[in-house]
Design a protein around this ligand. Structure first.
Ligand code: B12
Ligand code: SF4
Length: 496
């Protein structure tokens, strides 16, 4: 069966990095394992319009991914597909998992897959393939035919049948054993067209920089995090399975750096130690790797971090979020500042670079609490401090708080990015003006300290990327006037 998997085009407001989509690389892998003819279309790196590719490849199913800022592009892409062929169009990904009905009712979307996708995708392909064998002109309409009921028993999907009924089948159970999944199929991607996800080493391009996920899910439920769409249960791959993928990346694909994308990689310390031991034992610890997302600060001990450093770990990240004790407590992060301070000390003692993730504008904040966040960032002083302007994603508790008690300044999903210095909502003492000012101040005060400037100038990576770095820094510290005026635009009814 001819299967097409699509990452719809989405331009962030800054020049950012482009990396192959890991979720789609997994879907491509399970389809290939099923014996399908697979084509991955990543609109961020393609030359030809999707309509041309549809004409050439003539897919029998098209799967499109969508996070929140991408969802409108996903709908436009679905429309473009349908303009060529009435092939079943399936949407999946974080946004449609939280708001399935919104997409399922679109005439150009046939099925929405909620949550983890591999098992459901494969079963859907099987249903379509079998039904297609029974009729010479199988179309999306046949799939949704209420009398045929082809999708009645498929868990984890939402759709609208031909008689207009909205169906939300019960959730599909999460994949119990992640080791059963094949490795992400990067050979379907134009790897040479990507940049590296988060540079750990100097000047490595996308064809040599890979992502790995050693566990899925997160047992925590922080109020601002969209992770609530994945199953609560944290599931991990075995150290042996992680080693095998790592060896494949290093030996077969020539990986020069690896980014570990787990949401909470160190929940089971023994497992991580075992992975480190295997990387050392199998002599692939010369390839530097980093934690792209925060690991739990309370489990980041010196012995663990030292072992990971020996295994090639170069950089570790911690989600600090707020420097204010009350705000930190209110977001259910279940961590305190002393533990975070200690984690940064431990990482530095182990000889690791550090990243701190901070949020400006959480519910309950005021100017003083944001000030504490800036001061705390300067105190723990990571190599990289990342300050996000709080963006309330649908499905999160913060989204509900803002809808109930605040004024949402966003009315378009395409604005749900946190790169461009615009406040997303106002709540209590927190006006857009205060949030935008403190956010800019955070970057300025953190990075423009004399010793930080000196430190930055001595890094080779800075000089290799200086044009991009200057552009991003300039846009952050001196954003365009109109970008700070989202509230005025909303009030003036200019945003629809
Ligand atoms: C790595 C990452 C990035 C990378 C790379 C993104 C990429 N190309 O994959 C970068 C840094 C670029 C990035 C950017 C952003 N990201 Co991001 N990112 C992640 C992260 C940490 C891992 C993604 C991943 O690989 N997951 C593992 C794979 C296996 O899961 P998956 O991609 O979700 O896919 C599975 C299912 O969703 C489903 N599925 C997905 N697509 C489809 C399609 C079909 C047809 C089907 C059937 C199933 C299906 O099946 C897949 C396999 O199980 C996630 C957190 C997370 N744990 O997922 C956040 C996450 C996806 N990002 C998020 C956000 C908010 C963003 C930004 C908007 C942030 C910003 N700066 O403004 C941008 C948007 C960029 C863009 N152009 O779209 C949110 C999304 C929330 C939401 N409601 O959309 C997440 C969930 C983080 C969070 N906890 O809040 N991100
Ligand atoms: S912020 Fe991190 S710890 Fe909190 S729910 Fe999200 S992934 Fe889990």
């Amino acid at each position: 069966m001819r299967v097409m998997i699509v990452n719809p085009r989405f331009h962030l407001p800054i020049d950012t990095r482009t990396s192959p989509h890991l979720g789609l690389a997994y879907l491509a892998a399970v389809s290939e394992q099923r014996g399908d003819d697979v084509l991955v279309y990543d609109a961020d790196v393609e030359d030809d319009p999707i309509t041309e590719v549809i004409n050439r490849f003539d897919p029998q199913i098209v799967g499109i991914t969508a996070n929140t800022p991408q969802v409108k592009s996903a709908w436009r892409t679905a429309q473009a597909v349908k303009s060529i062929k009435d092939v079943p169009v399936v949407l999946g990904g974080p946004h449609v998992s939280v708001l399935p009905a919104e997409s399922a009712v679109k005439p150009q979307v046939d099925v929405v897959v909620r949550g983890e996708g591999e098992a459901v995708w494969i079963k859907l392909c099987e249903i379509i393939e079998q039904a297609g064998q029974q009729t010479s002109h199988f179309s999306a309409r046949n799939l949704l035919n209420s009398e045929a009921g082809l999708l009645d028993g498929l868990l984890g999907i939402s759709y609208v049948t031909t008689d207009g009924r909205e169906r939300h089948n019960p959730d599909h159970p999460p994949i119990a054993d992640l080791d059963t999944l094949p490795f992400p199929a990067y050979h379907f991607f134009k790897m040479e067209r990507y940049t590296n996800l988060q540079p750990a080493t100097d000047a490595v391009d996308g064809a040599k920089s890979f992502s790995v996920m050693t566990s899925r899910g997160c047992p925590y439920r922080c109020t601002f995090c969209s992770q609530s769409i994945m199953p609560v249960k944290w599931r991990a791959r075995s150290p042996e399975s992680v080693l095998a993928e790592w060896q494949h990346l290093v030996h077969n694909l020539g990986a020069q750096e690896i980014g570990v994308l787990d949401d909470s990689a160190n929940i089971q310390v023994n497992r991580l130690e075992k992975i480190a031991d295997l990387l050392i034992e199998h002599k692939i610890n010369h390839v530097p790797w980093i934690f792209v997302n925060g690991i739990r600060a309370n489990l980041a001990t010196v012995p663990l971090l030292t072992r990971l450093k020996q295994a090639g770990l170069k950089r570790v990240a911690f989600g600090v979020e707020s420097g204010d004790p009350g705000v930190l407590l209110s977001i259910d992060k279940k961590i305190d500042h002393d533990t975070i301070r200690q984690a940064f000390k431990n990482a530095k003692q182990a000889g690791l670079e550090t990243i701190g993730f901070f949020i400006i504008g959480l519910p309950g904040e005021n100017e003083e609490s944001m000030e504490r966040t800036i001061q705390f960032a300067c105190e723990v002083n990571p190599l990289i401090a990342n300050f996000s302007m709080m963006t309330p994603y649908p499905g999160t508790k913060v989204y509900e708080i803002v809808k109930r008690q605040g004024t949402l300044l966003l009315q378009d999903w395409e604005d749900y990015v946190f790169f461009d210095g615009k406040a997303r909502y106002e709540l209590g003492e927190m006006t857009a003006e205060v949030v935008e000012r403190k956010w800019k101040e955070a970057y300025r005060r953190f990075y423009l300290r004399p010793h930080r400037i000196a430190q930055t100038l001595t890094r080779k990576d800075f000089w290799l990327n200086w044009q991009r770095t200057f552009k991003v820094a300039f846009k952050t510290i001196f954003p365009k006037r109109e970008k700070a005026g989202l509230r005025e635009s909303v009030e003036a009814g200019q945003i629809v």
